[in-house]
Design a protein around this ligand. Structure first.
Ligand code: GLP
Length: 241
């Protein structure tokens, strides 16, 4: 696991965007794995700037998102479909037919989950996966538990995640209780992974992760210790607390 410590949020955003840019410039048909949450927003802003000012071309890029809530409309400002359009897709020249966000409204969700993983494989697999991290160590929506799912699955959100994510909703009661998420196995298949974290709230979990001594399903991000190409990009607050 490679570690990069930047001064602040702006620093990690620019660093991560630079790596994405390099990736796209080395392969115009790059397959990106994208994340939601507040952490990657600055990186998306920088990518938009790179598109507008430096001509970064997304026309052949394919993207797969990690997760989506179950039970809210795509038009809902807190759906991850909406988030991705609002924070990235609407501002770059990506072909919307090449963007995939899990469909929390699919009729046969179990079958849909299998198809999502198959589609990623069919397209050639994720070249570069962006990840945030939950305060409880979740990646995508793979919550700490006795067991973790390998493939894309339906999961119940933990109370702590519902509480953490309620800041985006009017009240905690409005936060969906279930989500569809790429599994740990789906994530681990990515050729290259960047995990980003910012702010004091993430310091405890980042410390645990960087200790790197043990993998445990109670810290889903620790599974990344088994991956050969992970770069952790944190700001000073997430590093030192
Ligand atoms: C959400 C998302 C994760 C994200 C995490 C951290 O629940 N499903 O993909 O990494 O929480 O979010 P934030 O970046 O807002 O701290």
């Amino acid at each position: 696991m490679k570690l990069i410590v930047e001064k602040d949020y702006d620093g990690i955003s620019k660093k991560a965007a630079g790596i994405v840019k390099q990736q796209i410039e080395s392969n115009k048909s790059t397959i990106l794995g994208l994340a939601t949450g507040s952490t990657p927003v600055g990186m998306y802003k920088e990518l938009i700037r790179m598109h507008k000012e430096e001509g970064l071309d997304f026309s052949n890029v394919i993207s797969f998102n990690l997760d989506e809530y179950i039970g809210i409309d795509y038009e809902h400002p807190n759906s991850y479909h909406y988030f991705m359009k609002d924070n990235l897709f609407n501002h770059i020249n990506i072909d919307m037919n090449n963007t995939f966000v899990p469909d929390g409204k699919a009729k046969d969700l179990d079958n849909y989950c299998k198809q999502y993983d198959k589609l990623i494989e069919k397209k050639g697999g994720i070249d570069l996966q962006i990840l945030g991290i939950g305060e409880n160590g979740h990646i995508a929506f793979n919550e700490p538990d006795e067991e973790l799912n390998t493939g894309t699955s339906i999961i119940n959100l933990t109370e702590s995640t519902i509480k953490a994510n309620s800041r985006f909703f009017d009240s905690p009661g409005e936060v969906p209780k279930k989500a569809i998420t790429m599994g740990i196995g789906s994530i681990m298949k990515a050729k290259k992974i960047i995990l980003m974290a910012s702010g004091k709230k993430k310091a405890k979990v980042i410390k645990k992760l960087l200790e790197g001594k043990k993998i445990t399903t109670q810290l889903p991000a620790s599974m990344l210790l088994l991956h050969p190409d992970v770069t952790v990009i944190v700001d000073e607050e997430a590093y030192k607390g």
